[in-house]
Write a protein that binds this ligand. Structure first.
Ligand code: NAD
Length: 281
């Protein structure tokens, strides 16, 4: 039986669903796939330990790694090569050990892109307002513009962060494709937007609540959330009650895992089966 040893490096990864998703998919392919958490909090380490941990994992015979917050950027200088996407985004969530080389990939953006194409395929995307310009926000905005959205306006409590991401996106996709705004402009922006993408931690079990005044939602606006614990967030419940089309964060979590599984094993994952598995976790 072919065996794989995969790790997840990050902080606060106890509740991660990646081990269950990868191991169950490995079972379906007749693989012996062991997926271990390498939690920097439990090890008493910081984000700057990413390189040491990647080198250690390679020595201990790991075949690949997923990398999550706060190591997606600190790991970059410790890799031997990057996929084109990872280089463009300046962030890595998947490392594949290829002989002596550690190659970084980014399946966050492709995961959101596939989830969006599956769940909100035919929605208008002339103007999208995106709340949150952090790690997930960078991947999601890249996906929206790659899928052909005309313009994404980034709103973040940290305006400088939104402006920096907008500048990167303009450099990659062209002028007028992205801009930044302060949260006090949300009402105006949403009045004219086709859709709202939410990419802040608000609504997670550990950060309950709503990321914006619910009165800013309106029928006809589509709403996509990246939060996936829980899958059905307060934001999505309010949006559905108004008749809005919605997309939860489960698809992004599954498709990024499916893309990583393909990179680790060379096998074609069954993403629909993984989505069904996610709803049981
Ligand atoms: P992050 O800390 O890198 O970024 C969050 C950003 O949100 C920050 O820039 C912060 O200033 C901003 N913010 C927070 N509250 C805000 C508010 N009320 N209004 C405006 N801006 C606000 O975090 P991240 O890594 O980008 O993660 C964000 C969320 O995405 C988390 O819930 C995470 O679980 C989720 N996520 C989901 C997937 C998936 O596969 N579905 C993948 C990655 C991250």
């Amino acid at each position: 039986m072919t065996s794989y040893l995969i790790g997840l490096i990050g902080s606060g990864i106890g509740p991660s669903l990646s081990p269950a998703l990868h191991q169950r998919e490995g079972d379906h392919h007749g693989l012996s796939l062991l997926y271990r958490r390498i939690d920097i909090d439990r090890l008493g380490l910081g984000a700057d330990a990413a390189g040491e941990l990647v080198r250690g994992a390679r020595r201990f015979g790991y075949d690949g790694l997923n990398i999550t917050h706060p190591c997606k950027q600190t790991v970059l200088p410790h890799l031997d090569g990057l996929s084109e996407d990872a280089a463009l985004l300046g962030a890595v969530n998947t490392v594949v050990f290829d002989g002596d080389r550690a190659i970084g990939h980014n399946t966050d953006w492709s995961g959101f892109a596939q989830s969006f194409a599956r769940g909100l395929e035919d929605v208008p995307a002339r103007h999208i307002t995106q709340l949150g310009a952090g790690g997930a926000g960078a991947a999601v905005a890249h996906a929206l513009l790659t899928l052909g959205a005309d313009r994404v306006t980034l709103v973040d409590a940290d305006l400088g962060r939104a402006e920096a991401l907008a500048a990167e996106l303009v450099g990659r996709f062209g002028v007028r494709r992205a801009d930044a705004a302060a949260p006090d402009r949300l009402a105006d922006l949403l009045a004219g937007a086709d859709g709202l993408v939410h990419a802040t931690p608000t609504g997670m079990a550990t950060h309950p609540g709503l990321p914006l005044p619910v009165g800013l939602l309106r029928p006809g606006l589509w709403v996509a959330d990246v939060v996936y614990r829980p899958l059905d967030t307060e934001l999505l419940r309010h949006a559905r009650a108004l008749g809005c089309r919605t997309l939860d964060g489960g698809g992004m979590a599954v498709f990024q895992a499916a893309d990583a599984f393909r990179l680790f094993t060379g096998r074609e994952p069954d993403a629909e089966r993984m989505l069904a598995h996610l709803t049981t976790l």
